[in-house]
Design a protein around this ligand. Structure first.
Ligand code: AMP
Length: 410
C-alpha cells in the first residue's frame, strides 16, 4: 500500500486519534450485530498494546433532530467494546469541550477514551458531514497522530476523516482500512486475470458507473438479481411483472453493444405469481406463499415476476467462473430474504468458496450480498467481505475515496 499504515507509526506515549466505524444496528438500546466493533479490535489493540492512548470516535446513524440523539448515542457501543477488548473504556458523552479534553489529558499509556457520536455535530449546522474546517482542526488538536480505520465512511469527506487529516502531521490507515484498500483496490487496479465481476441486486441505476468501469477492467461481468430484467427488456424479451427500470432500457442496450460479449446474463429464472393484494401488504410473505416455476428467460409469463436465477443459470455462472483468479461480487442474485428465492445467491457463495480453495481472490463488496453470505454461513469462505457497501461501490466505480486520499503517502 502506498499510504502510511498503523505499523509505520510509533504510537508509544502518543495520543492516537482513531476514527472507527461503529455504525452498528441498535434496537431498543441493544446492539443486534457487533461485527463492526469486532472488525475494529486489531487496530484498537495495537494502539493499546504498544503503549499509545487510544481516543476513539465514530458516527452512528443520522442526526437530524434532538430526538435522534437518544437512540444514536455511542454509550452502548462503549460498553460492548469494553467487554470485547477486556479493558475499561472511558466514555465521554460529548463531542467537544472541557469534559472531553480533561478525560484525554488524564489518560495513561494504554488507556482508551471514546467520545460521543460525531454526527451530534450535525445539529450545529452539519459540522461533521459538511466537513466544517474548524471542527476538523479542533478534533485534530486533541491528538498527536491520526489513524483512520473507518472504511465505511471513506467515500465521504467529513470532519472526522478528511477534516482531521488536513490538520495533523500524520494520518495512517488502521488494519481494517488497510485490508479493505488492499483487497478492493487491488482487485480494481491490479487484478489477477481472469477477473470476473458478479453484479446483482435491485437496480441498474445504482450501478451504472460500476458497470462502465468494470467493463474496462474485468474479463466478464455476470448480471443477475432484479438488474437482469432491465437487460432482458433491452434484448426485447417479455419480463412480465418483474422489477425492471424502463428508463434504463436504452442504457442497458448500449452496454450490451459495448460489452463485446463480456456481459453474461441468466438463461432461466424462478418466477412467481403472488396475490397482488397481499404484495401491497407484505411483499416477502406474498411471494413466499405464491406458486412458482422455472422458465427460460424467453418465456417469462406476462403476469408473473422473476425472483431468482434458475438451475441452468446457476450451472452457466459456475462454468463461466471456472478458472477465475479474481472475483468481485456486489448484489444478491435473487430475493434472498425469502428462502426459496435464495438458491441463486447461495449457489454463488458455494461456487466462490470453491474458487477461493483453488487460490482465487474472492471479494464481496459489502451491502446485501455481504449480509446474505454471512447469514448463510459463508463468512469465512471469502478472501474478503467488505464492511463498507457505499465505499466499496465507489471504489468499483473507479472513484478516489476522499478518506483514503487523505491518508499520508508513505
Ligand atoms: P442492492 O441493495 O442493490 O444490493 O439490492 C438488494 C435487494 O435486491 C434485495 O433486497 C433483494 O431482495 C433484491 N432483489 C434481488 N433480486 C431481485 C428480483 N429478481 N426481484 C426483486 N428484487 C430483487
Amino acid at each position: 500500500m502506498s499510504k502510511l499504515v498503523i505499523t509505520d507509526l510509533n504510537v508509544k506515549g502518543k495520543k492516537v486519534l482513531v476514527r472507527v466505524d461503529f455504525n452498528v444496528p441498535i434496537k431498543g438500546g441493544v446492539i443486534t450485530d457487533d461485527n463492526r466493533i469486532v472488525q475494529a479490535l486489531p487496530t484498537i489493540k495495537y494502539v493499546v498494546d504498544n503503549g499509545g492512548k487510544a481516543i476513539l470516535f465514530s458516527h452512528l446513524g443520522r442526526i437530524k433532530t434532538e430526538e435522534d440523539k437518544a437512540k444514536n448515542t455511542l454509550k452502548p457501543v462503549a460498553k460492548r467494546l469494553e467487554e470485547l477488548v477486556g479493558k475499561p473504556v472511558t466514555f465521554v458523552p460529548e463531542t467537544r469541550g472541557e469534559a472531553l479534553e480533561n478525560a484525554i489529558n488524564q489518560m495513561k499509556d494504554g488507556d482508551i477514551v471514546m467520545f460521543e457520536n460525531t454526527r451530534f455535530e450535525d445539529l450545529n449546522g452539519k459540522k461533521e458531514s459538511g466537513n466544517d474546517p474548524e471542527l476538523g482542526k479542533y478534533w485534530a488538536s486533541l491528538g498527536d497522530v491520526f489513524v483512520n480505520d473507518a472504511f465505511g465512511t471513506a467515500h465521504r469527506a467529513h470532519a472526522s476523516n478528511s477534516g482531521i487529516s488536513a490538520n495533523i502531521e500524520k494520518t495512517a490507515a488502521g488494519f481494517l482500512m488497510q485490508k479493505e484498500v488492499e483487497f478492493i483496490g487491488g482487485a480494481v487496479d491490479n487484478p489477477k486475470h481472469p477477473f470476473v465481476a458478479i453484479l446483482g441486486g435491485a437496480k441498474v441505476s445504482d450501478k451504472i458507473s460500476v458497470i462502465e468501469n468494470l467493463l474496462k477492467k474485468a474479463d466478464k461481468i455476470m448480471i443477475c438479481g432484479a438488474m437482469a430484467y432491465t437487460f432482458f427488456k433491452a434484448q426485447g424479451l417479455e419480463v412480465g411483472e418483474s422489477k425492471c427500470e424502463l428508463d434504463f432500457v436504452d442504457y442497458a442496450k448500449d452496454m450490451l453493444a459495448k460489452a463485446n460479449g463480456k456481459i453474461v446474463l441468466p438463461v432461466d429464472v424462478v418466477e412467481a405469481k403472488p396475490d397482488p393484494l397481499k404484495v401491497a401488504e407484505n411483499f416477502f410473505g406474498a411471494i413466499d406463499e405464491a406458486p412458482t416455476k422455472v422458465v427460460d428467460v424467453k418465456h417469462i409469463d406476462k403476469d408473473w415476476q422473476g425472483l431468482d436465477c434458475g438451475p441452468e443459470t446457476i450451472k452457466l455462472f459456475a462454468k463461466e467462473l471456472e478458472g477465475a483468479k479474481t472475483v468481485v461480487w456486489n448484489g444478491p442474485a435473487g430475493v434472498f430474504e425469502v428462502e426459496k428465492f435464495a438458491v441463486g445467491t447461495k449457489a454463488i457463495c458455494e461456487t466462490l468458496a470453491g474458487l477461493k480453495e483453488k487460490g482465487a481472490i474472492t471479494i464481496i463488496g459489502g451491502g446485501d450480498s455481504a449480509a446474505a453470505a454471512i447469514s448463510m454461513g459463508y463468512q469465512d469462505k471469502f478472501s474478503h467481505i467488505s464492511t463498507g457497501g457505499g465505499a466499496s461501490l465507489e471504489y468499483l466505480e473507479g472513484k478516489v475515496l476522499p478518506g483514503v486520499a487523505a491518508i499520508t503517502d508513505k
